[in-house]
Design a binder for this molecule. Structure first.
Ligand code: SAH
Length: 568
């Protein structure tokens, strides 16, 4: 089992120095600090309970620097659900105690030992088998799978009761364990890829030493694979990976098959059938099925799937939202965590961070959109997991369209084979509207006032028609140094159709440090109140305002026209 990078969660500044020491043990781990209590955390959170539960449900190992009781009470509601059980540890804020709480089979005790040894204290390990034998027999290392957990628990309790044990097969990680070994023992740890009936006196452990190659035209892959393994007398638990020809990279059926079998899917150039594919990847083939469509190959050692062929590359175009971390959707956070490469305008890449040392950042100028899109495909086509970041939503005057255009123009099958996904974000118009109330509560029109990529005459026409149609308006890119007069002209057009009293919302750096929100009227609006970091919302004929008790103003556009039957 490969463990993902843990999250270090702290509640106050007093824990920061211990948290930094833990980062030395887990270099990629980010420190999550409670907003307003912690200065200098890598990630800021607002609610401890929700944050801890989200991490837990995402299967992220958790190191919480607080009382064990708080962690237990917070996670208790999730414990009855079947699902992820990542390692969870409570560490005293001064580093004097390390308490593994959950995730015994996910390696929590291994982590407790790693942390305790770094902090120079004794871990509070309470698992009997672990204490007696120095290892958790039920949690074999990466590259091996335990046969049956319930039988395993009985096996360990028999051992704890004083029985001796034999080791059959190769289990190098047990060499340092203090097991009561005896060649004549009734109990045996049996390590092998061979299919074997479970028995109470045997702890079956399967090395991931088997590869199955399938050719592109195989249907019902999971069953075909299971049958091929069965015929070869091999346990399905020993399957390390599924290998298919490059030409089948985009096949959804293969992707689902690998998910169902619970193994990575890798691809290689196919010179011949499945047999040749498997032979080139790892060597001797033990069984071939069909007309060379399924081949089973066996290695002496557990296989590392990452070293076999390559993965299907992935490219995600994500929206970061306006800036504030809590307005970023969880799917985007997860995508950033799995990225090998991150591309984007430098400001946005920085906004998406912090990143781990193993993640490669490619910061470019904002204007080089098509070049950035092509670069992203080149990286993803190598099998990497690539993320292109945009602020707000990637489909609103941002990178998603450029990425699709680059793909549409390309005839490179490697590019078309990439798994492409667009993940949405909260766009600036919506983030600004929410802060002002609901100015876009009825029909509205979104426009970019930039004439860099479209003729100004089109913009004028759209402004005129949208204003005539009594749509509320949201202007992106309202003004810039190279486009100084356009906003003034746009307002002239709008004023032909709208009253001077029409509410206007100006949101600047919304969701970012120093944000400002102003509610004025169309009559008061001046061009120099707006810059390129501003979102301009102009109400329709029905948009209304009323005061808030805090001195600010609510703005909303009712959903109904009410008695205003001929508004235009
Ligand atoms: N994809 C982005 C928009 C990019 S266009 C989105 O969906 O939000 C850039 C323009 O968006 C800026 O000129 C500004 O008008 C607006 N904008 C982007 N982020 C903003 C923010 N945080 N506050 C106010 N306006 C913003």
């Amino acid at each position: 089992m490969t463990r993902s990078v843990p999250a270090i969660v702290i509640l106050g500044n007093g824990s920061l120095s211990t948290a930094r020491r833990l980062q030395q043990v887990y270099p990629g781990a980010l420190i999550h600090g409670l907003a307003e209590r912690v200065d200098g955390a890598d990630r800021v959170y607002h609610e401890f309970g929700a944050t801890l539960r989200e991490l837990y449900q995402q299967d992220t190992p958790i190191i919480a620097l607080c009382a064990a009781g708080i962690v237990i009470r917070t996670l208790a509601p999730l414990l009855l659900e079947k699902g992820a059980e990542p390692p969870v540890l409570a560490v005293a804020e001064d580093g004097s105690a390390v308490v593994p709480l959950l995730g015994g089979l996910g390696g929590v005790n291994v982590m407790a030992r790693e942390i305790a040894s770094h902090l120079d204290v004794a871990p509070a390990i309470t698992t009997s088998g672990e204490l007696r034998f120095g290892t958790c027999l039920l949690n074999p290392p990466s590259g091996y799978t335990l046969g049956d957990l319930e039988l395993g628990k009985r096996f360990v309790s028999d051992l704890l009761a004083g029985e001796t044990v034999r080791i059959e097969g190769s289990a190098p990680w047990l060499a340092q364990a203090q097991l009561p070994e005896d060649a004549q023992a009734r109990l045996a740890v049996h390590v092998s890829h061979a299919e074997r009936l479970p028995a109470a006196n045997e702890l079956l452990i399967y090395p991931h030493s088997v590869l199955v190659a399938v050719s592109a035209d195989v249907t019902d892959v999971p069953n075909v694979v299971r049958q091929a393994l069965q015929r070869a007398g091999i346990a399905v638990q020993s399957l390390a990976c599924l290998l298919a020809p490059d030409s089948a990279m985009a096949s959804p059926a293969l992707r689902e098959a690998a998910l169902e079998l619970g193994v990575p899917l890798r691809f290689a150039r196919a010179e011949g059938g499945a047999c040749e594919l498997a032979r080139q990847a790892i060597g001797p083939v033990v069984s071939i099925t069909g007309e060379d469509t399924v081949a089973v190959a066996l290695s002496e050692q557990p296989l590392d799937p990452m070293q076999i062929g390559r993965a299907r590359g992935r490219l995600a175009v994500v929206g970061l939202g306006p800036g504030a971390a809590e307005l970023m959707v969880p799917a985007v956070k997860a995508e950033l965590a799995r990225a090998n490469d991150v591309l984007g305008y430098e400001t946005y890449v920085r906004m998406a961070g912090p990143f781990r040392a193993d993640q490669v950042l490619h910061c470019t100028d904002n204007r080089e959109e098509m070049q950035r899109a092509r670069h992203a495909f080149e990286l993803a086509a190598q099998g990497r997991s690539v993320v292109v970041v945009s602020s707000g939503d990637p489909g609103v005057f941002a990178m998603a369209a450029a990425v699709l255009e680059a793909l549409h123009e390309s005839t490179d099958t490697h590019w078309h084979n990439v798994e492409l996904e667009i993940l949405p974000g909260v766009s600036a118009s919506l983030a600004t509207a929410a802060q002002a109330g609901a100015p876009l509560g009825h029909d509205f029109c979104v426009l970019s006032l930039s004439d860099n990529l479209k003729p100004w005459s089109i913009i004028e026409k759209r402004l005129d028609l949208a204003a005539q149609a009594d749509l509320a308006l949201a202007f992106y890119n309202p003004i810039s140094r190279s486009r100084p007069w356009q906003l003034g002209r746009a307002l002239e057009i709008i004023r032909q159709h709208r009253e001077p009293g029409t509410p206007v919302v100006l949101g600047r750096d919304i969701g970012r440090p120093g944000q400002t929100l102003r509610v004025i009227t169309l009559g008061q609006l001046e061009v120099d109140q707006v810059d390129m970091r501003t979102m301009v919302l102009i109400g329709s004929s029905t948009t209304r305002v009323f005061p808030r008790l805090d001195g600010n103003t609510w703005v909303y556009t009712p959903r109904s026209y009410g008695d205003k039957l001929t508004p235009i």
